[in-house]
Design a protein around this ligand. Structure first.
Ligand code: C5P
Length: 208
């Protein structure tokens, strides 16, 4: 029987690292659902010559291809920004729903990380986690990640981008970023990522 771990939370809180570790430890398939929105946003932006058009974004989401998930530039700031713009369009979310639900049903078990996994995509997930950290800690982590590739970037830029993206993700009407009432809260501001992984793994072991 499949086993589903839903991992939600704001940008740069440590979700991806925790999801990858759980996937390796328990043999679960892992889907970084942010990639679906990033791929949709980036293609919509490129094909729209720098502007995201709503109808076109819906069309892109409906015809998203496996290779779009491997496109160059998905992990950049502009792709994250475009992702959060298209993610606020209900028809885009609807187009990406089936793929995520099918992924969650894999017999190996699955861990999905995103913003609405425990609330909308997999409300019956076996384990739900909400990973967060202070704004300052998240900005510092994302800055460390991105500044190597972009030396002109400042911490203030990164903090501003994250704040704008989080506000849009939490404030949208359809599937806003939200902690499910039954999700375990993991605050990684003080907790090391290893300790967070250990807490999550213990919960999974208890529920399995
Ligand atoms: O997690 P990541 O930073 O890659 O996500 C990029 C954007 O995609 C988020 O800011 C959010 O707008 C959107 N997203 C979403 N629902 C998810 C995953 C990501 O709306 N399940």
């Amino acid at each position: 029987m499949s086993f589903v771990v839903a991992l939600d939370g704001p940008a740069a809180a440590g979700k991806g690292t925790i999801a990858r570790a759980l996937s390796a430890r328990f043999g679960f398939a892992h889907l970084d659902t942010g990639l679906l929105y990033r791929a949709t946003g980036l293609r919509a932006l490129r094909e729209g010559a720098g502007a995201v058009n709503r109808d076109h974004a819906v069309e892109v989401a409906e015809t998203l291809r496996a290779e779009d998930l491997e496109a160059e530039g998905l992990r950049t700031g502009p792709a994250g920004e475009a992702a959060s713009v298209v993610a606020a369009i209900p028809e885009v979310r609807a187009a990406l729903l089936k793929f995520q639900r099918e992924f969650a049903a894999r017999p190996s078990g699955a861990v999905l990380d995103g913003r609405d996994i425990g609330t909308v995509i997999c409300p019956d997930a076996d384990v739900k986690l909400f990973v967060t950290a202070s704004d300052a800690a998240r900005a510092a982590r994302r800055f460390a990640e991105l500044s190597a590739k972009d030396p002109a970037l400042t911490l203030e830029d990164v903090a501003g981008d994250l704040a704008r993206r989080d506000a849009r993700d939490a404030g949208r009407a359809d599937a806003p970023m939200l902690r499910a009432p039954d999700a375990l809260l993991l605050d990684t501001t003080e907790l090391t990522i290893d300790a967070a992984i250990a807490e999550a793994a213990a919960l999974i072991t208890r529920k399995r």
